[in-house]
Design a protein around this ligand. Structure first.
Ligand code: ZN
Length: 184
């Protein structure tokens, strides 16, 4: 196996500062260190904010942070799978070919909250659960809660599942950053 990559995209600077991004990254890394360990990935996980379009492997994850809605993962077309899920600020959608998660973020948000919502949306993706996820404990049921043993176990079991990431988000965020108010 090789290191497990989690790519975070905040080219719009929704989170507002490098310091805050470092905190968000730290919390997400802490969660996934536990998940990767449980999954037996001895190389561990790498969590990074990227400024070029990430090339995730089929089992890896990408999160897009946006300054505003509409949610960019709405671009993932519906097909035979009945999915999608929304929390207050996060959104996850998938079809039979691609998966995506985004969330609206701001400099006023607590970095722990941003990390928790990120992990929650990744749980929707990896477990392929919509509202049913919310019946579980820890960050599955409540993003104001904390990572539970069950969260770690559930994610470790599905971490290597091939759920290829939608790759269209980067270009949309870049267009928004460049002032395209219609970018969606
Ligand atoms: Zn949810």
């Amino acid at each position: 196996m090789s290191v497990y990559n989690i790519y975070l995209v905040d080219i719009e600077d929704a989170i507002g500062s490098d310091n805050k991004r470092a905190e968000v990254k730290h919390f997400i890394k802490d969660y996934f260190d536990k998940v990767c360990k449980k999954a037996g990935i001895k190389e561990g996980c790498s969590v990074q904010f990227v400024t070029t379009n990430p090339q995730a492997k089929k089992h890896e994850l990408i999160m897009y942070y946006m300054k505003r809605t509409p949610h960019i993962v709405e671009n993932i077309k519906h097909d035979n799978l009945p999915p999608t899920h929304e929390t207050s600020t996060g959104f996850t959608k998938w079809n039979s070919k691609e998966h995506g998660s985004d969330m609206e973020a701001s400099s006023a948000m607590d970095s722990r909250d941003i990390a928790n919502i990120t992990f929650h949306e990744f749980m929707h993706q990896k477990l392929h659960l919509s509202d049913k996820l919310h019946t579980k404990d820890g960050l599955a049921g409540d993003v104001n809660s904390s990572l539970s043993e069950d969260n770690i176990k559930l994610m470790a079991a599905k971490l290597m599942a091939n759920h290829p990431q939608w790759t269209g988000g980067f270009a949309i965020l870049e267009a928004r950053k460049n002032g395209d108010v219609l970018a969606y």
